[in-house]
Design a protein around this ligand. Structure first.
Ligand code: ADP
Ligand code: DP6
Ligand code: CO
Length: 363
């Protein structure tokens, strides 16, 4: 076989991974390189139909270097996070047989092959809806398919996704997921585990209000670095508050106690944004629409006597809300559409029901 023919093959895999929203937030690292957090966190995986990354990975001897296209535009793959994920996946590659020719790509061959990656998000990138979580979970998962990587221990792939973006480790499982902060220096025990499947809590409805699709000014990575350096409240939160809340939240999820779930979710979101404000210089992720949404939910819950809706905001102004059940969700959508009619002015362009059905309003 001539060199040209030998170089002619390409293997390819495509995968999709959902985003997730933390109900107990991760904010702050104890190790920047390995992305080890200062506290454990808990999240809910979102519906991939509306919030996911789709990634195609390809390998061929004809590729001269690793390359990455994000939402159709080539971006550098030289960053440490992409490099770390690729290195760890290559190290775990096993034999893959190319069906058409019967040729075997061995571990040794994998270590010499370059990878082309094309990834697309079906929701705003870097706007506080955890695109880094969907993106890196999807990268690791699609590479595992391409390179035939089998986990040696449960959660091994989540630890590799974590090297791309902390929140990404939680996107490899559906339903309710916990990221254990772990103790080990090498991060082997800083992995995600599933607390409960999505079907466990069928009544719960997730609604996302896209307040702004604009890219945030302060990335999560640099925002949390600043908070670790300057916020006394963050230390108190990570050491005193979160450990208690993790236990309470696990219990609330297990017993489907909506009142408790809502209380902790809102309190933790508010405390996270308080640590942002406590950072010097202060970081503002919420905007006027976010604050009005908080007011709407708080008034409703107080009026009802017990929580009907919970809200949470990541590092951005976009709201993720949990309704107690379908009836409450319909009420919530009505109120949202009335109070925040989608318009260029309000920039509240999209409501997404987190379960199977969607309501997309014009805008
Ligand atoms: P977000 O709130 O959306 O997670 P971050 O600041 O945490 O915002 O991360 C955004 C960064 O994550 C992007 O600039 C990009 O580097 C990376 N990212 C986002 N989507 C993808 C993707 N689909 N594939 C690979 N990397 C991605
Ligand atoms: C507010 O995982 O995006 O969304 O690990 O530096 O990539 P890096 O940060 P990232 O931070 C997420 C912060 C958060 C809370 C959370 O998802 O737990
Ligand atoms: Co992120």
């Amino acid at each position: 076989m001539g060199k040209e023919e030998e170089d002619a093959w390409v293997v390819m895999k495509t995968a999709r991974a959902p985003s997730n929203i933390a109900v107990i937030k991760y904010w702050g690292k104890r190790d920047e390189k390995l992305i080890l957090p200062i506290n454990s966190s808990i999240s809910v995986t979102l519906d991939p139909e509306h919030l996911s990354a789709t990634t195609t990975v390809a390998a061929s001897p004809a590729f001269e270097r690793d390359r990455l296209w994000l939402n159709g535009k080539e971006v550098s793959v030289e960053g440490e996070r992409y490099r770390n994920c690729l290195r760890e996946m290559r190290a775990r590659a096993t034999d893959v047989v190319i069906e058409s020719s019967g040729k075997v790509i061995t571990k040794e061959v994998w270590s010499t092959l370059h990878i082309h990656i094309a990834s697309e998000n079906n929701f705003p990138t870097a706007a506080g809806l955890a695109s880094s979580a969907a993106g890196f979970a999807c990268l690791v998962y699609s590479l595992a398919q391409l390179m035939n990587v089998k986990e040696k221990y449960e959660g091994e792939l989540t630890a590799i996704a974590r090297l791309g973006s902390g929140s990404a480790c939680r996107s490899l499982y559906g339903g309710f997921v916990k990221w254990n902060m772990g103790q080990e220096a090498d991060g082997k025990d800083s992995i995600a585990t599933q607390l409960a499947e999505q079907s466990h809590w069928e009544d719960l409805v997730i609604i996302i209000a896209v307040v702004s699709s604009r890219q945030k000014e302060t990335s999560s990575t640099s925002g949390m670095q600043e908070s670790v350096k300057t916020s006394p409240l963050l230390k108190y939160r990570a050491e005193e508050m979160v450990p208690k809340r993790i236990g309470q939240m696990e219990k609330a999820i297990k017993s489907m106690d909506f009142a408790e779930f809502a209380r902790i979710t809102c309190a933790d979101s508010n405390q996270f944004h308080a640590t942002c404000l406590d950072t010097s210089p202060p970081i503002f992720y919420l905007n006027d629409s976010s604050r009005r949404l908080i007011g709407l939910v708080e008034r409703w819950n107080r009026h009802a006597g017990e929580p009907q809706v919970a809200y949470t905001f990541d590092a951005g102004p976009n709201a993720v809300m949990f309704a107690k059940n379908k009836e409450v969700a319909v009420q919530l959508l009505k109120r949202l559409l009335y109070q925040f009619p989608p318009s260029a002015e309000a920039d509240l362009s999209r409501y997404v029901l987190g379960d199977q059905s969607v309501l997309k309003s014009a805008g």
